[in-house]
Design a protein. Structure first.
Length: 185
């Protein structure tokens, strides 16, 4: 079983990106178990002064969730042309302690949807960059950017969209394959 932790960059309960996470869970290929980690909202802004011998409990729990996962799926909208602060903050917490962070070497893919015509590609590019610098093994070839989400999913949930379902399954298969390669190495 490949365990994938899902981080959603939108905190809104009804967001399309949260719905993409639900669709990924509903259509996960056999052998892949997904869990959305909602605790990123509880992480304080990263500050090295509070990340010493006794980091905040929210950070300890988050780092453990990342450590326990075989791979990571970031699902993010685009806020003002980049990634939401809550997601960037989570990546900052996951990147520490330097040299032995829980994200180090973990296969990670970035997908998402946005209202605009490009589907959030700027945010996805920035998320891949930040995650790679944080130490993740970013799957650069996995790119799912769903444009005009508000229109496309106005009357349907993403889990009911065959094209989206196929893209989600391909993304999860890529994460699982990269996780298996990591174990074999």
């Amino acid at each position: 079983m490949t365990n994938v932790v899902v981080l959603v960059g939108s905190l809104r309960a009804g967001s399309i990106n949260r719905q993409l996470a639900e669709a990924a869970i509903a259509h996960a290929p056999e052998g892949i178990d997904l869990s959305v980690y909602d605790g990123i909202v509880d992480l304080p802004f990263y500050n090295e002064d509070i990340d010493g011998d006794t980091p905040p409990e929210a950070a300890v729990a988050f780092r453990q969730a990342i450590a326990d996962a075989d791979g990571i799926l970031l699902i993010t909208p685009e806020y003002n042309g980049t990634i939401p602060a809550v997601l960037k903050n989570a990546l900052d917490w996951a990147s520490r302690p330097f040299g032995s962070s829980p994200i180090s070497g973990k296969p990670l893919a970035v997908i998402g949807s946005a209202f605009g015509q490009y589907g959030g590609v700027w945010a996805h590019d920035d998320a891949r960059k930040a995650a790679g610098i944080a130490g993740a093994a970013v799957l650069e070839d996995v790119k799912v950017a769903i444009p005009q989400s508000v229109v496309r999913f106005a009357e349907t949930h993403p889990r009911e969209d065959a094209e989206v379902t196929e893209q989600l399954q391909q993304t999860l298969d890529a994460i699982a394959a990269a996780a298996a390669e990591r174990v074999a190495a």
